[in-house]
Ligand binder design. Structure first.
Ligand SMILES: N[C@@H](CCC(=O)N[C@@H](CS)C(=O)NCC(=O)O)C(=O)O
Length: 232
């Protein structure tokens, strides 16, 4: 059994999708990040970086319980556990890793920063907004270009696609239209039709009320801490 600690954010969605795709049994534990639960000693024992997602596999690869944080590392762990989504040739393996790393190092952080400046930063953010919007648009264009002559980001459908797909939910909120990115749209819509993705989205919908309840409870002070406006 695998315990997944998280909320409904895109980095956690990746893990829901992977668990469903790989047919691994899991239980979900909601972490109240808007209230600062990730900074407490119980959560920091799982991830000293105070971020979700985290998994605890009680039946780890070496027969011992294992804890894994960082969504990219979790995806690789789950793929190894299930013996799927790991390409068999070295060339294909590194091609997959490149696009997985590109998601973890670029798509997530840049789109995440743009979300922050579009949705939450009220004052004095023209420079930041412009910078992150330009980076996000560059990445949307890069993904669209990559998908011009292939169905998936790296070989067959796999970890790079699973990692990237949840982030595309923000494309329209970032002022973009799907018509601008026809290849990305085809890829996005094909993945949305996968039964495992439907199951993952159903599981996520069931916990949306927990995120909403946490948001309702959050105070200006807990939000300041969550957004790291006041420093460590
Ligand atoms: N690089 C990390 C990023 C994880 C991350 O940023 N998680 C956010 C939610 S999507 C979080 O836990 N935020 C709480 C906080 O920053 O205090 C990963 O891919 O797992």
């Amino acid at each position: 059994m695998i315990d997944l600690h998280g909320m409904t954010s895109p980095n956690v969605r990746k893990i829901f999708i992977a668990l469903e795709e790989l047919g691994l049994q899991y239980r979900f534990h909601h972490v109240k990040v808007l209230l600062g639960e990730q900074f407490g000693p119980r959560f920091r024992a799982l991830n000293p970086n105070s971020k979700v997602p985290v998994i605890v596999d009680h039946d780890g690869l070496d027969g011992e319980p294992v804890t894994v944080f960082e969504s990219g590392a979790i995806l690789l762990y789950l793929a190894e556990k299930a013996g799927r989504f790991l390409p068999s040739t070295r060339g294909a393996h590194y091609e997959m890793l490149q696009w997985l790393m590109l998601q973890v190092a670029n798509v997530g952080p840049m789109l995440g920063q743009l979300n922050h400046y579009v949705m939450y930063a009220a004052e004095g953010n023209d420079y930041s907004l412009r910078r992150y919007r330009n980076e996000a648009l560059r990445l949307y264009a890069l993904l669209d270009e990559r998908l011009a002559d292939r169905r998936f980001l790296a070989g067959d459908y796999g970890l790079a696609d699973i990692a990237t797909w949840p982030w595309l939910a923000y494309l329209e909120r970032h002022g973009q239209s799907w018509a601008q990115y026809p290849n990305l749209r085809r890829w996005h819509d094909a993945i949305a039709l996968r039964p495992a993705v439907t199951r993952a989205l159903e599981a996520i919908a069931r916990i949306e009320k927990d995120d909403a309840a946490t948001m309702a409870e959050a105070s200006p002070a807990t939000l300041d801490r969550f957004f790291n406006r006041t420093g460590p």
